[in-house]
Ligand binder design. Structure first.
Ligand code: GUN
Length: 295
């Protein structure tokens, strides 16, 4: 079997068209322009490219965006003051502080300082709590993107054995929680594997769906999966540099070998990545509508 490709680029394009229409309507009917600020502390090249892509996408969709880049030695106090400024700026509906932050800044202090109504990352404990309870909230962008990919690609999740590899706050924990809920792309039986899991391969071989979010290139190999498995590869690992200076990327899954056994698979790049950015835009539009009491 050669897997069907689940193109995040294509699914993201369809959602972006829907969002562009929504942004146009908001402007035309209500004179509202959703606003996003991204805040980057330091010079990490991967973070720089993610933040640039987020601002470029916002601009393309008609969302107002500001991009703030701060010195690596910016203090926690300065960053908290900036967050507070944007909490009180009516032009801004969404505040995104790019992670990871430099070691001298306490990540939790910063994330908790963001107004939950502007927390378009869905990382504030108020939104995390609501997500776990299945209440309306901002869903974290990567898990939200995975749910949309599964739904729009017709992957059946109800009753499916789903193995998630990686227990991060950004991907592993929230996607596990969302997929066990009674919701679209939910009702699954979840196994969450991590660094202390005894026999990862045995769990993976039972899986109807594998979601890999570990940050280890090509860790999921063909001998670890069963025929017909659906694969969502969240990994974006820089494994070298091409002659033109561009980073060579690999996912957490050995794509070339696993695609011969899988029924469908996301590529890297062009899989989950474009979906994460698109769901950030969706959350920003949602925040603008909430601020205007339209939802
Ligand atoms: N770093 C890696 N992924 C993310 C994300 O989704 N949001 C933020 N703020 N930082 C990240």
């Amino acid at each position: 079997m050669t897997a069907k490709l689940i193109s995040g680029t294509e699914v993201a394009k369809a959602i972006r068209e829907e969002l562009t229409a929504e942004v146009t309507e908001l402007k035309g009917k209500h004179n509202i322009v959703p606003g996003l600020v991204t805040i980057l502390v330091g010079e990490d090249p991967a973070s720089q490219s993610y933040v640039a892509a987020k601002n470029k996408t916002a601009h393309a969709l008609g969302i107002y965006s500001e991009q703030v880049t701060l010195d690596p030695d910016t203090s926690e106090k300065e960053l908290l003051e900036l967050v507070d400024k944007y909490n009180n700026d009516p032009k801004i509906n969404g505040i995104l502080v790019q992670l990871p932050l430099p070691k001298h800044i306490n990540e939790a202090n910063v994330l908790y300082a963001i107004d939950p109504d502007k927390d378009v990352d869905g990382f504030h404990p108020v939104n995390v709590g609501k997500m776990v309870l299945g209440e309306k909230c901002f869903l974290p962008c990567t898990p939200h993107g995975i749910l949309e990919l599964l739904t729009r690609s017709g992957v059946e999740t109800s009753g499916a054995e789903v193995v998630i590899i990686g227990r991060s706050n950004i991907v592993g924990k929230p996607i596990a929680n969302l997929m066990l809920q009674k919701r679209e792309a939910g009702n699954a039986t979840i196994t969450l594997c991590h660094t202390r899991t005894k026999d990862m391969a045995a769990h993976c071989r039972r899986a109807d769906i594998i979601i890999a979010a570990v940050g280890v290139p090509k860790m999921v190999t063909a001998d670890m999966v069963k025929d017909g498995v659906a694969i969502i590869d969240v990994g974006v690992n820089r494994i070298g540099k091409a002659s033109n200076g561009k980073a060579i990327l690999a996912g957490d899954v050995d794509f070339d070998a696993v695609k011969e056994k899988a029924s469908c698979i996301t590529p890297v790049p062009g899989g989950v990545g474009p979906m994460t950015i698109t769901m950030l835009m969706k959350n920003t539009v949602q925040a603008a509508k909430m601020a205007a009491n339209l939802i």
